[in-house]
Design a protein around this ligand. Sequence first.
Ligand SMILES: [Zn+2]
Length: 263
Amino acid sequence: MKVFELNKKWVKISTVCVLFGVMVLAGCVEPVRYPEIVGELPSIVFPAQYRIVGASVQNRPIMCLILGDGSNVSLIMSTIHGNEAAGTPLVRRLASYLRERPEMLVGRKVVLMAVANPDGMVYGTRYNAKGVDLNRNFEAANRVNSKETGLTSLSEPEARAIRQVIVQYKPDRIVSIHQPLNCIDYDGPAQMLADRMGQYCALPVKKVGAMPGSLGSYAGVTLGIPIVTFEMTQADSKLDSATLWQKYGRALLAAIVYPDMVR
Ligand SMILES: [Zn+2]
């Protein structure tokens, strides 16, 4: 009896297989086609690594994406002022762009910090969750201690995380994206870098002046690293990332490939 049932089962399976085969031959069922490999496989493979580089006052992670492993290093960061957040989607778009074009990363390393002040971004405020302006919390000759700038330099964990990234990766240049001053400001030996970025977007190069204890004063003047404060407009907050990329993407690429030109 059991053998008979088994035979019946096999007859059913065989019938289904034969019917399927007939359908394929008749063109009713498209056989699975695997894509052909056309041309050469990409020859450039570059490392991409997410790192948690610190935590905010309210314990939100501060993340960096590190692309490439070359010796020419750019740090591109945004939203150190939480209510100037249009740089965040722009930096994320930059990450996608670079991942699709690994040839741009040959000999280079790009460190991307899309949100430097995660608590401020959540609350839509300039300050961190303790009410300190992180862009006044750095060590610099012009530093002023106060409740708003921090009672000591690097009193805030977000500022310490940024400093640690600079110490570890030793960037050749830094771009910090802000709003709404509508200009390309710079500190330290960065005038040529600022001019170059200005060739690729509508923002005018303008020296705003060193702010006490700012990242610009610390990185540009204290450490001598070229640093651009990339001040987009207030209206940029209303734009989607594709439009932001159209307006500013090539200026950021110009910083990364500097002193080469963007092709
Ligand atoms: Zn700002």
